[in-house]
Design a protein around this ligand. Structure first.
Ligand code: FAD
Length: 383
């Protein structure tokens, strides 16, 4: 690792992207200030595939995270209409894969605790309101109008944040006509099938439901993706579940669904301008269909850490390293975002096309799906 001298990087954002990138940069020897309020508790679960878990390991975080990871043995793709398993991707054999789920809030807590323990990281809880380019630095202006200068700035402030607009313009991420209904339910409130340590994907007519256990099986994470209903009534939202074998459990009052609009998937072609680079959802928003939002974010942070470990601020090679990292990551992530979007289109098919899809998966789709996922799950540093 090169001596960073007085090199100082600002990270804007206290979500998974902000915390992970601050930790990665401090691991690489940089002094880091994270800007943003203390993170509010995150709800819901997320799955991490081998690439996301490898990134946690590269960030020296996997040992701290492992006790909170719920290992998942397989992904089962089920047909609602036929009520059978169409394909099963086994994580235990013939190839053993590290795969599991986290509560999003628990993962963020672990990152926040680690960041607080690192002497090179300072947390400034103010919001950043502007960012101005100076000759040899970037100046951040905070909500109280004070300013501070940094060698580099990482914009990890999410898809609606300031930094994305500084690089991509003011246009906000566009909403799509699809929604995800999410719920976390105590395992005891659902039939036993929901607690088996697998990701279960039910392909319905125009919708799909994914569920997997969280928190060592005490909770179940449910995500139901469908077109935005025309009527606001809850009954309209769940009409699509007609015919699902567990319809009554899923629509019981014990399951408190929260609606999340799904913006149109997007990865910016350019992630950097001068000394500012984007990371996490600020750079790439993807729908949850490949469960890669957090995984790619962790890969962003791990690869940035590696890129910045060998450079110094003094020689001004840090901007070059940041530029090369941003080009490489934008190239790597773009096809994954596209694949997540395509996967969503296939999962949402309805009518005869949905039946054809199910037949194709049933007859010979397993090896195709395995290959499709394997390419996504390959860690960035191996690509
Ligand atoms: C409801 C929901 C469910 C999800 N489920 C999954 C899943 O199942 N699997 C998966 O892989 N991914 C999932 N994701 C996506 C995944 O959580 C994100 O891709 C990942 O956490 C990266 O988020 P982020 O840190 O880039 O952005 P965010 O979480 O949006 O964090 C941005 C942070 O920036 C801060 N901020 C914003 N503006 C400023 C400013 N001007 N100054 C200072 N701070 C600022 C905010 O306070 C916030 O803390 C989900 C996301 C959501 C919202």
């Amino acid at each position: 690792m090169a001596d960073k001298g007085t090199g100082h990087i600002a990270v804007i954002g206290t979500g998974i992207a902000g915390m992970a990138s601050a930790i990665g940069l401090a691991n690489a020897g940089w002094q880091v200030t994270i800007f943003g309020p203390h993170p509010s508790p995150l709800q819901g679960g997320l799955q991490l595939a081998p690439n996301g878990l490898q990134a946690l390991s590269d960030l020296q975080l996997l040992d701290a995270c492992r006790p909170s990871l719920t290992p998942l043995d397989a992904i089962e793709i089920r047909s609602v209409r036929l009520q059978k398993i169409l394909a099963s991707i086994d994580h235990r054999a013939p190839v053993k894969r590290d795969y599991g789920s986290f509560h999003r809030g628990t993962l963020l807590d672990i990152l926040t605790t680690r960041a607080a323990q690192m002497p090179l990281i300072h947390h400034d809880t103010r919001m950043v309101t502007a960012c101005e380019e100076a000759e040899d630095a970037l100046t951040l202006i905070c909500e109280d109008a004070t300013t501070s200068r940094f060698d580099l700035v990482i914009g990890a402030d999410g898809k609606d944040g300031l930094c994305r607009s500084l690089i991509a313009g003011e246009e906000p991420a566009r909403p799509s006509s699809y929604i995800a209904m999410r719920a976390q339910v105590p395992a005891t409130a659902l039939p036993p099938l929901f607690t088996v340590p697998r990701t279960q994907l039910w392909l319905g007519d125009g919708y799909h439901l994914v569920h997997y256990p969280l928190q060592q099986g005490t909770l179940v994470n449910l995500v139901l993706c469908m077109a935005r209903p025309r009527q606001e009534a809850d009954t309209a939202r769940f009409q699509q579940l007609d015919g699902h074998p567990y319809q009554s459990a899923l629509t019981s009052p014990d399951v408190r669904w929260v609606e999340t609009p799904l913006p149109i998937a997007e990865t910016l072609p350019v992630w950097r301008k001068g000394r500012l680079a984007l990371l996490g959802d600020a750079a790439h928003f993807m729908p949850p269909h490949l469960a890669q939002g957090a995984g790619q974010t962790l890969e962003d942070a791990a690869s940035l850490s590696k890129a910045m470990a060998q450079v110094t601020a003094r020689e001004n090679d840090a901007v070059t390293a940041l530029a090369e990292w941003a080009i490489q990551r934008a190239r790597t992530v773009a096809p994954i975002v596209k694949r997540a979007e395509q996967t969503g289109k296939i999962m949402r098919l309805s009518g005869p096309l949905a039946r054809l899809r199910n037949m194709a998966i049933d007859i010979g789709g397993q090896s195709f799906i395995e290959t499709w996922l394997q390419q996504v799950w390959q860690p960035e540093l191996d690509k």
